[in-house]
Design a protein around this ligand. Structure first.
Ligand code: AHM
Ligand code: MG
Length: 349
């Protein structure tokens, strides 16, 4: 006899670790490792989510530490806490040999894990942390790469590879509910934290980003600091029907909206910061991998983002990411300006 609650039970049992094994169609060592890494990331997400949900009630959760990080930005208490949560869940895990994050100048090397831990984890523990103090959404971003050797001299240097070397990536969105969205190279899947079970449960499988969408997401306060090409694009969306602006100040939330509804997110270079604000290895590349897996595109404006070779760990890069047609539209404005500039140079005697 078929029971009517079979479907609900099956869904409740589709946890993240089980899903990874299903996706890889294997119980081999690599599949087991990746499944275990994802379940540790989920644990980090649950601990961070728990603290965020009570941040206004507990001591030492809100505000700044008074320190300045390697990027020259003021460190928030929550940034530091979340960074340590990731380290705590991966220490003595035997899974990850080194961890690199926005909050640490150098990668965190875990020698005791290295003989067996064949992976590196790159992450932004709390992205969009200016939203923490006002109780708006923030996120964590992660990327898993194969560890290349365990020579301590090479630690850090071996992370400098393009985004195609990622084995998996994703983000955790701390919003009205906590969601974890990941890709392991087999499409994009989203999970919602069920607080009553304390587990991330599958909520959408094989998410596909629309080819075109209405959203454009950019900090227009930087308008006069952009190149002409980006200003051309913004003027275009202002003058055409069917576009609407959404910008939360936290990349993960903005990307999540675009993943489900379509559109484009931009953080281009500015006069002050020609490479923009977002970091290649643990912000832009993981999201580019994920969005491409969902059928979208990611670009620096002139090249596919995933082809970009980092020269150093905390390198920044301009980012244009989202629906294929919308990313191509922005790129076409950039190409047009490059052509105009080239023509001008040729005319000038
Ligand atoms: P953070 O990692 O220091 O929080 O900075 C990254 C965040 C992104 O989440 C967001 O898209 C961007 O900074 C917002 O920057 P701005 O305030 O310049 O628009
Ligand atoms: Mg960040």
């Amino acid at each position: 006899m078929e029971l009517s609650y079979d479907y609900a039970l099956d869904r409740d049992c589709t946890t993240l670790s089980r899903h990874v094994l299903q996706q890889l169609q294997s119980f081999g060592p690599e599949a087991q490792d990746l499944s275990a890494i994802m379940s540790r990331i989920a644990l980090a997400g649950k601990i961070i989510s728990r603290r965020l949900s009570r941040a206004g009630l507990v001591e030492g959760a809100l505000g700044f530490t008074g320190d300045i990080n390697v990027q020259g930005e003021a460190v928030k208490k929550m940034d530091l806490f979340a960074n340590e949560v990731f380290i705590a869940v991966f220490k003595q895990s035997g899974l990850v040999c080194q961890m690199a994050s926005e909050e640490m100048e150098k990668p965190y090397y875990i020698p005791e894990n290295c003989p067996i831990g064949r992976y590196s984890l790159l992450y932004d523990p709390i992205d969009g942390s200016s939203n923490v103090d006002i109780n708006l959404n923030v996120g964590s971003i992660f990327s898993i790469r194969q560890q290349a050797g365990d020579d301590p001299e090479q630690i850090g240097a071996n992370l400098l590879q393009n985004g195609h070397h990622q084995l998996a990536s994703g983000y955790i969105l701390y919003g009205p509910s906590t969601m974890l969205v990941y890709s392991i190279g087999t499409g994009v899947h989203s999970f919602t934290l069920d607080p009553s079970l304390g587990e991330f449960i599958l909520s959408s499988e094989n998410v596909r980003i629309p080819n075109h969408g209405p959203i454009y997401s950019v900090n227009e306060g930087n308008f006069w600091q952009w190149d002409d090409a980006i200003r051309d694009f913004i003027r275009y969306v202002h003058r055409h029907e069917g576009y609407t602006a959404r910008y939360s100040g936290a990349l993960v939330g903005d990307i999540h909206r675009i993943l489900f509804q379509g559109g484009v997110f931009l953080y281009p270079g500015t006069l002050k910061d020609p490479q923009g604000k977002l970091r290649l290895l643990y912000e832009s590349a993981p999201l580019a991998f994920l969005i491409e897996q969902a059928g979208g595109a990611a670009s620096t404006g002139v090249r596919p983002l995933l082809n970009e070779m980092p020269q150093y760990l905390h390198q920044r890069t301009p980012l244009i990411i989202g629906s294929k047609e919308d990313v191509a539209l922005v790129e076409s404005f950039i190409e047009e300006r490059i052509k105009l500039d080239r023509d001008k140079l040729q005319v000038t005697p």
